[in-house]
Ligand binder design. Structure first.
Ligand code: ADP
Ligand code: MG
Length: 320
């Protein structure tokens, strides 16, 4: 039951394996979308599921939620076997909440009433306190009384997250939770939501294709590709050992040289080197520039401190 693993900080964390996915395969038609998945998630653990669009992230979350019947494999939360609609009259369980990509809120009702909708009106003080606390977690204090129909997509997404947390689920499934939220707000909102989940020891599974949802927050990550889990590990481990171009692409621009993957910052422009390339494009990246250059018959990416002249030849080296 116990599995220790090393966090990037060096501390050893121990999670009890409460969600168990056992040999799960699933297809909407005869063709499987997911095939032979096995993994576990612990109490309070943050697991990220990454993969390209169409790789089955949403399908996996819906299966965990019990939205479809399983023909192959099993899913357990603690000792409860998750059942689909054939065996479960009302889809879902009290201990689990799911915020889908299409959050369905009550448009003509205020933010606070949407969030408190499922809280008992027999405890009005508790209901008000809890609703207020969650409005703070999703940073919507200024909109508590606003009708949901007058909110932006990103604000609605935040209401959906707060509503899912209202009844204190043990496990929360988030499908691309910050995809509609603008960059001004994203980072602080991520910290607020994920810190809250850790504090409350709520297990969460986050489907995402944005590395910023994962780095710094996920304890473990799983990459889906061609129906299968192609990599699993801590963000730090997968970042430092990208075994596959797909994993590297998730973290940033990279090049493949002599069959090895190098991020842009691992290639450095130098005065002399056996590696020569021609500058093709320059992109301002803030602290650095990203240089796209032609090396032999392929394009490579080099991080550089300044801009360069286009079309010039440069030498570069691999740094470790
Ligand atoms: P992701 O969330 O990673 O983008 P999805 O789980 O939404 O991927 O989709 C995985 C695959 O399943 C895709 O090929 C998609 O077209 C298909 N799919 C998703 N939902 C349905 C559905 N309700 N009926 C049939 N096929 C579906
Ligand atoms: Mg999806």
């Amino acid at each position: 039951m116990l599995k220790p693993f090393e966090k990037s900080s060096g501390f050893f964390m121990v999670f009890l394996h409460m969600l168990q996915i056992k040999n799960l395969s699933f297809g909407y038609t005869k063709t499987d979308v997911l095939s032979h998945l096995d993994f576990t998630v612990g109490i309070g653990e943050n697991l990220a599921i990454i993969g390209e669009s169409g790789s089955g992230k949403s399908t996996l979350l819906k299966l965990i939620y019990g939205e479809y019947d399983l023909e192959k494999g099993e899913i357990f939360w603690k000792n409860t076997k998750i059942l689909g609609p054939k065996f479960n009259l009302v889809v879902g369980y009290d201990f689990m909440k799911y915020v889908s990509q299409e959050f369905d809120l009550m448009p003509y009702t205020s933010v606070e009433d949407n969030i408190g909708k499922h809280l008992s009106r027999f405890y009005p003080e508790e209901k008000e306190k809890r609703t207020k606390a969650l409005i703070k977690v999703v940073e919507l204090e200024a909109f508590a009384k606003t009708k949901v129909k007058n909110l932006s997509g990103g604000q609605k997404q935040r209401v959906a997250i707060a509503r899912a947390l209202a009844k204190e689920p043990e496990i929360l499934l988030l499908d691309e939770p910050f995809s509609h939220i603008d960059n001004f707000k994203k980072q602080s909102l991520r910290r607020s939501v994920f810190n809250y989940l850790k504090q409350q020891q709520i297990t969460c599974i986050v489907a995402s294709h944005d590395k910023n949802d994962v780095l710094g927050f996920a304890d473990e990550m799983i990459a889906l590709h061609n129906k299968r889990i192609i990599a699993k590990g801590t963000p730090s481990h997968l970042y430092h050992n990208p075994q596959n171009p797909l994993i590297a692409a998730f973290f940033g621009e990279f090049s493949v040289i002599n069959d090895k993957i190098y991020y842009a910052h691992q290639l450095k422009i130098v005065e002399h080197s056996e590696f020569k390339a021609t500058v093709k494009q320059l992109y301002f990246n803030g602290r650095t520039w990203l240089i796209e250059a032609k090396f032999k018959d392929q394009m490579i990416f080099i991080e550089h401190s300044n801009s360069l002249e286009n079309k010039i030849q440069v030498c570069f080296d691999i740094i470790k």
